[in-house]
Design a protein around this ligand. Sequence first.
Ligand code: ZN
Length: 84
Amino acid sequence: MLLLHPKDIACRQAVELITDYLEGTLSRRDRRRLEFHLRGCPNCSAYLEQIRTTIRVSGSIQADDLTSEARQELVDIYRRWKSE
Ligand SMILES: [Zn+2]
């Protein structure tokens, strides 16, 4: 179990919420929480942009397209950004 700074936990939660955010399935409350986090966090904003670009390139994104491996890959990319 990794020990994470509270800020990182917020980012991890944001990353998990972004897919639902893009699918429009977030509750209004979670949506507001995520948008608030994105405004203050360039890393998560960049991550969101990355996924938006992927969606533009591939035409669409389905829940089935985001396998757990793909999701993990995105989280790994995100972690690399964080460590730079
Ligand atoms: Zn963040």
